[in-house]
Design a protein around this ligand. Structure first.
Ligand code: SF4
Ligand code: MG
Length: 327
């Protein structure tokens, strides 16, 4: 199957007075139709930047330094701003942490939905309203016939995020970028929203890039997981495998930080220390100052992301000839 999204060797850089800062590097992954790829890591690991590169909303002076981004066999990273905007609304939907950033406070949700539908699908007013109503029903808003004429502030946080999901789905996109979509919501509502995303993704064949720092959300939602650390993908594979048998020491530490997931018999220590800053990236494996398995090779050479099993890849010398060599 042709992937909906194909990210190839993408990097993001920031020009500064002291030279170029590399924020992400060599990021590659595919997402198939109807698949949810979870992208997990600490804040600053480059997850959101990766999402923003795909949507084409990198904040200047940030820019792509390398790589290619393909959406349904169309290369999108080289498109003009105007074409990019077309792709963004029509083919890529976005959901962010705070629903209020996606909604205009002064317009009813129906008006906002209808405008998006009319702009991208060219429907007339009546057809657009019917479609808006259908979407509100689809995302589980009770009493949609009345709610369609309400303003964003009249909805609870969870219902508001449902409206944002309806808005993201309005043009029938093939890809949705969801960046921390449940982080701002009450715990009781979080599971409902992730379940909804999952259901919609299955029903519509939409691919989802789900960016989150929360391994619990990944465990409930994602088909595959990409773990990012210091601007690189350090492990990628099927969600179950990554959760039950993480190969990269950083992923093992992440798993250990979720008490509810009783994955390992022996207790691993929490990961000490913090992620390196962009302007002081260590040589070799960026995780080596925090890694209890690190050997001499780790401080010298950067491990490439390489296959460690069926459909699994990890960037760690432990799985590629050991941490002692310096070949
Ligand atoms: Fe640890 Fe070395 Fe593997 Fe990096 S390459 S995660 S430092 S063992
Ligand atoms: Mg972020």
């Amino acid at each position: 199957r042709t992937p909906v999204l194909s990210v190839r060797n993408v990097g993001v850089e920031f020009p500064t007075r002291h030279g170029l800062l590399t924020a992400t590097e060599g990021v590659s992954f595919d997402i198939a139709p109807g698949e949810i790829l979870g992208m997990v890591g600490e804040s600053g690991a480059g997850k959101s930047l990766t999402g923003m590169s795909v949507i084409g909303l990198l904040e200047p002076p940030g820019r792509l330094s390398a790589g290619e981004i393909w959406l349904e066999s169309e290369r999108i990273d080289t498109l003009s701003l105007r074409e990019r905007q077309r792709v963004r609304g029509r083919k890529i939907g976005a959901i962010f942490q705070d629903p209020l950033t996606s909604l205009h406070p002064l317009f009813t949700v129906g008006k906002q939905l209808c405008e998006t539908i009319r702009y991208h699908l060219g429907l007339d007013k009546k057809a657009a309203r019917a479609r808006a109503l259908e979407l509100l029903n689809q995302v589980g808003i009770p009493g949609a016939e009345q709610r369609i004429d309400h303003y964003p502030h009249q909805f609870s946080g969870g219902m508001r995020q449902r409206v944002v999901i309806a808005l993201a789905l309005a043009a029938g996109p093939s890809l949705i970028i969801a960046d921390e979509p449940t982080t701002a919501l009450d715990v009781s509502v979080q599971a409902q929203i992730t379940a909804l995303l999952k259901q919609l993704c299955r029903e519509n064949g939409t691919a989802i890039l789900l960016v989150t720092h929360d391994m619990g959300v990944i465990a409930e939602t994602a088909d595959r997981v990409a773990v990012m650390y210091a601007g690189r993908v350090v492990e990628i594979g099927p969600a179950l495998d990554v959760i039950q048998r993480p190969r990269h020491p950083y992923t093992q530490g992440l798993m250990n930080s979720i008490p509810s997931l009783k994955i390992r018999a022996e207790a691993l220590n929490q990961i000490d220390g913090s992620m390196p800053r962009l302007d002081s990236m260590p040589q070799g494996c960026a995780f080596h100052p925090r890694c209890s398995f690190a050997g001499p090779r780790c401080a010298k050479q950067r491990p490439p992301l390489a296959a460690v099993g069926e459909n699994m890849s990890a960037a760690c010398w432990l799985h590629q000839g050991g941490v002692n060599g310096d070949a």
